[in-house]
Ligand binder design. Structure first.
Ligand code: 3PG
Length: 314
C-alpha cells in the first residue's frame, strides 16, 4: 500500500517534500500499462496524474482505498469526475497555475505563423538567404478570434490587445458586458461571425463530450480566407482531416498545433506541411508554470489526505 501514486512524469521540489511525510510511489510510465496501473490504483490512497493517465470509471472502481485524484494541470478530460464523485473520491486540479504559459505559447505560435519563423529558420540553416520568400504579416491591426473565453482565452486576448489586435470572442457563457470582455476591448459575437472576421483563430475550447470535433468541415468553411488557426487546447476538439483539407486548399494560410487528437500522434499529413507549426503539447511547460502546478497539486492532495477541503476541487 502506498500513500500517493504518481503515474506520469511529474517532478519537482514539492514532490520531494511530499516524500518526507508520505510514502510516494513514483511510476512515470505506469499510465502506459493498464494491468499494472489497475493493480497500483487498488493499493493507494491518492494518485497524481497529468493528462495521459486515463482515469476511467473502471479504474476508479478498483481504487478501494482511493481518497483523492490530483490532476497536475487544468484539463479534466482524462478523468471520469462523475464516477469519482459517486465513489466519494475528491478530484482536484490546478486550473489557474499554467494559464499564463498557455497564453504565451498561443501568442508565440501567432507570431511564428505570421512571420514564418520556423520555415525561415529551416531555410537559412541550409545556406539560403531568402528574404522576400518569408515576407509575413503584422499582428497589429489584424483581428484575433478567441473561441472559448475562459482564463486562457482572456489572457491570450490581453496579449493580443497589447499587440494592437482587434479582439472578437465566441463563448456561450460570456455576455457582451462581462468585465473580462471590456478589459480586452473585445466584442462577443456569434461563432460564425467570429470565424468570418478573424485573421487568427485561437481555440481555447475545453474537451467535453459536446465539444469533440467542434472545429469540423462546416466550421472551417466559415473561416476567413487566409486566416491562421491555433490550437493550444485539446486535439480532440478539431477534426484533423477537415483542418488538413482547408490547409491543403490554402483556404487557411497556416496552423499552429500544440495538441493533437492522439498524443503522441502517429505520422500525419501535417508533418509535410510547411505552413503548419507542430509542438508536442508544451503550452504548460515552463519552469514557472510547472513549479506552480506541482506545488498546487501537492498541497491539495496532502490536504485531502489530512482531511482538509481542497483549494481546487473539480
Ligand atoms: C492542461 O490541461 O493543464 C494542459 O493541457 C497541460 O496538461 P499536462 O500538464 O497534463 O500536459
Amino acid at each position: 500500500m502506498s500513500d500517493i501514486l504518481i503515474t506520469e512524469k511529474i517532478q519537482g521540489l514539492a514532490i520531494d517534500a511530499l516524500g518526507q511525510s508520505y510514502d510516494v510511489k513514483y511510476e512515470p510510465n505506469l499510465w502506459q500499462n493498464d494491468a499494472a496501473l489497475r493493480d497500483a490504483v487498488g493499493k493507494t490512497r491518492a494518485m497524481i496524474v497529468r493528462n495521459q493517465t486515463q482515469v476511467t470509471r473502471a479504474l476508479i472502481a478498483g481504487g478501494n482505498s482511493l481518497k483523492v485524484i490530483g490532476r497536475a494541470g487544468a484539463g479534466l478530460d482524462n478523468i471520469d469526475v462523475a464516477a469519482a464523485c459517486e465513489q466519494g473520491i475528491v478530484v482536484t486540479s490546478t486550473p489557474e497555475q499554467n494559464s499564463l504559459s498557455v497564453a504565451e505559447l498561443t501568442l508565440g505560435l501567432m507570431l511564428a505563423l505570421a512571420r514564418h519563423i520556423p520555415a525561415a529558420d529551416r531555410d537559412t540553416r541550409v545556406g539560403n538567404w531568402s528574404r522576400q520568400k518569408f515576407t509575413g504579416v503584422e499582428l497589429y491591426g489584424s483581428t484575433v478570434g478567441i473561441v472559448g473565453f475562459g482564463r486562457i482565452g482572456f489572457l491570450t486576448a490581453m496579449r493580443a490587445q497589447a499587440m494592437g489586435m482587434r479582439v472578437v470572442i465566441s463563448d456561450p457563457v460570456v455576455g457582451p458586458d462581462a468585465a473580462t470582455v471590456n478589459a480586452v476591448g473585445g466584442y462577443v459575437l456569434p461563432l460564425e461571425q467570429v470565424l468570418g472576421a478573424a485573421d487568427f483563430i485561437c481555440c481555447h475550447v475545453p474537451c467535453t463530450p459536446s465539444t469533440r470535433l467542434f472545429f469540423n468541415a462546416d466550421r472551417f468553411a466559415q473561416t476567413k480566407q487566409g486566416a491562421y488557426f491555433i490550437n493550444t487546447s485539446r486535439g480532440e476538439v478539431v477534426d484533423e482531416l477537415a483542418l488538413a483539407s482547408v490547409l491543403k486548399s490554402k483556404h487557411l494560410a497556416g496552423a499552429g498545433l500544440d495538441v493533437r487528437s492522439t498524443e503522441p500522434p502517429t505520422a500525419s499529413v501535417f508533418d509535410q506541411m510547411d505552413n503548419v507549426i507542430l509542438t508536442p503539447h508544451i503550452a504548460a511547460f515552463t519552469d514557472q508554470a510547472q513549479d506552480r502546478v506541482i506545488k498546487a497539486v501537492c498541497l491539495d492532495v496532502a490536504g485531502v489526505l489530512e482531511g482538509k477541503t481542497p483549494n481546487y476541487p473539480a
